[in-house]
Write a protein that binds this ligand. Structure first.
Ligand code: AMP
Length: 184
């Protein structure tokens, strides 16, 4: 078993960045995929990511942490645990077994749907939305719509990685948004 030393706060982002691998042309030509699996297998880095993202929202009351399928599911339950909140999955079409609310969102080619259980959010619930990567922001925007449709109030958005050149954050001018690692 490897034990790693505590990393000074100032270099946390650089440390985390060193554990993210660029995979060119995956899953299609022209996309540089941010592979987080080297970060995930590093216990210290994994804990750092969850602790840091939770810390940004610890002063607020959060009732539910909504995770976006599929890599959002890795971090959101751990952040929920830290905040003493529940975890709610938002899934691709047809995966949730009970009554759902559905929203369409635009992908590079065409359109897809995301779903949430109708009883997952209660009116007035304070909600934090979590995903691994903020790219164009289309996915997270669709999830904000789902939560608001159910009467929830989105208190924040949390991402491990933000691709600044896609300006995804511009879609969320009224919602606090945190990311740990940014790429120009
Ligand atoms: P978007 O809706 O454009 O913000 O895309 C965000 C979703 O697509 C997230 O759920 C990410 O997991 C995934 N994603 C988009 N771009 C990348 C990328 N370059 N590397 C890894 N995942 C990505």
């Amino acid at each position: 078993m490897t034990k790693t030393k505590a990393v000074p706060k100032t270099s946390q982002a650089e440390y985390l960045r060193s554990l993210i691998r660029d995979i060119p042309d995956f899953p299609k030509p022209g996309i540089i995929f941010k592979d987080i699996t080297p970060l995930l297998k590093n216990g210290e880095a994994l804990r750092m990511v969850c602790d840091e993202l939770a810390k940004h929202f610890q002063k607020q009351v959060i009732d539910q942490v909504v995770g976006i399928e599929s890599r959002g599911f890795i971090f959101s339950p751990m952040i929920a645990y830290k905040l003493g909140a529940g975890f709610v999955p938002v899934r691709k079409k047809g995966k949730l077994p009970h009554e759902v609310e559905r929203v369409s969102y635009t992908l590079e080619y065409g359109e897809d749907f995301l779903e949430i259980h109708r009883d997952a959010i209660s009116k007035g619930d304070h909600v934090l939305i979590v995903d691994d990567v903020l790219a164009t922001g289309g996915t997270a925007e669709a999830v904000v719509k789902l939560v608001e449709k159910l009467g929830g109030k989105v208190i924040g958005l949390a991402f491990v990685i933000e691709l600044l050149f896609l300006n995804g954050r511009n879609r969320f001018s009224n919602i606090p948004l945190s990311s740990l690692i940014q790429y120009d």
